[in-house]
Design a protein around this ligand. Sequence first.
Ligand code: ZN
Length: 299
Amino acid sequence: MTDRLYGLPIVAALALCVAAAPGLAQQAPDHPSVTVNGKTYTPRSILARNMGGEADPYTPFGPYRVIGNIYYVGTNTLTSFLITTPEGHFIVNSTFERNLPVIEKSAAQLGFKLADVKIVLGTHAHGDHQEGDALLKEKTGAQVMAMAEDVPLLEAMTPGGKPHPIDRVLHDGDQVTLGGTTLTAHLTGGHTPGCTTWTATAQEAGKTYNVMIGCSLRPPMVPTPQVVETFRRTFKTVRALPCDVQLGDHGAQYGMQEKYAKMKEGSPNPFIEPATCAQEADLGEAMLNALIAEQQPVR
Ligand code: ZN
């Protein structure tokens, strides 16, 4: 097993999403800037948008039903989705271990029990999205499944000395089914090697909608040729996925708080917005191209 990923020692790679925390990010030079869909972004502004303020990653948001059997049980800036079925539930993204009580309480407010969680999935092997997997399995006995390319990073994620559980290793295109609901895993690497975009369908008012739970498409400050090549494939993949409802691993990737504010009984569901499904790919690609233009990739 390699102890390096994308030319970085695993420990350094593991810290990437959490290095989103202001302290580290502010030391880095904050360029380039790119303008996408009328908004200007820098590497630091994308981090700030994703993570929010100090308390946001730990502050419960909602909970609420997004669409069909898909519910939001996460925080202001870190998403966690509870997908319910008559045979038990999925959790996509356990987030930080300390957020497990948030997830449990949110599920209970919606009328569901954490004990009924049978399958734990994630978008990518960074602590802010999957650190809670081990504790969640301990509490529920759920099966934890992960994309093969993220397994080395997950194995290095051992909060409180607990080994990261992996009950099933997934590959691009694999399907996970429980109680009549199927989630399909799409390999969309770059942010981490096994970054996973999940697709599913959900029913509302007699119609079926394609739901996409996207993985972060934020490139590292120094994209290696391998990362660039991986992202090129990923942007194509993401744009080709069927999508009526775009979700992600940080709410700001899909304007969660703004859409939530528009939810109203009897009005169209604001989360159904196919036109914005490719916006994170547009932003990630523009930033990647700007980074390449600005600095020679490391060889
Ligand atoms: Zn991350």
